[in-house]
Design a binder for this molecule. Structure first.
Ligand SMILES: CC(C)(COP(=O)(O)OP(=O)(O)OC[C@H]1O[C@@H](n2cnc3c(N)ncnc32)[C@H](O)[C@@H]1OP(=O)(O)O)[C@@H](O)C(=O)NCCC(=O)NCCS
Length: 155
């Protein structure tokens, strides 16, 4: 398993089966996401179609043909918060700690800076690994004309 061979690219509707499997696997770990069961094919397709239709970022990491990670940025709830994007991501367990998440978050945040003024990452307080992610942006980001920041919210 060579992480250098992983391709990070924007998702397309043809990726629905792979995304569904990958998101379902991370959800099934029951520790990191707000859901623990896989979404159906239709739910996944509907969600992705809505994201792509709105021009919001949805990036995936691919090993050969399989989706091994994703990162999306979707609007926070409420039109008052339309300028705020919420970042969601996951990498299959066997691919973690090899820089895949860093590549995904970089691509998604670059795309998000065009559509959102601010990006939030909501993580459980026990999630040390994801809690460290905002540092990546702080290290990556130079001065920007648009305000873009990752904010950690503990729940
Ligand atoms: C969070 C997650 C996506 C990170 O993906 P990853 O591919 O392992 O991340 P990377 O290898 O690119 O590492 C990125 C950064 O994460 C942090 N990190 C990685 N492994 C870590 C660990 N064991 N402990 C603490 N921080 C860690 C570091 O800040 C690292 O940057 P660095 O290499 O400069 O130190 C992955 O761990 C995951 O899928 N977790 C479960 C789902 C989840 O927590 N999603 C976020 C909530 S929406």
């Amino acid at each position: 398993m060579d992480a250098a061979a992983i391709l990070v690219r924007p998702a397309a509707m043809g990726d629905v089966p792979g995304i569904r499997e990958c998101v379902g696997a991370v959800a099934g770990e029951g520790r990191y996401l707000a859901f623990t069961k896989p979404f159906s094919f239709i739910e996944t397709a509907f969600y992705l179609a809505r994201v792509l239709d709105a021009g919001h970022p949805y990036f995936i990491a691919i090993d050969d043909q399989s989706v091994v990670g994703w990162c999306d940025v979707t609007p926070a709830r409420g039109d008052v918060h339309a300028h705020v994007g919420v970042l969601g991501m996951g990498v299959l367990r066997k691919w973690r700690e090899r820089g895949v998440g860093r590549r995904l978050i970089g691509a998604a945040l670059d795309a998000a800076s065009i559509v959102f003024e601010q990006v939030e990452l909501h993580v459980y307080a026990s999630n040390d690994r994801a809690g460290a992610l905002p540092q990546i942006r702080l290290r990556r980001a130079g001065p920007s004309t648009r305000r873009s920041q990752a904010r950690r919210r503990v729940r």
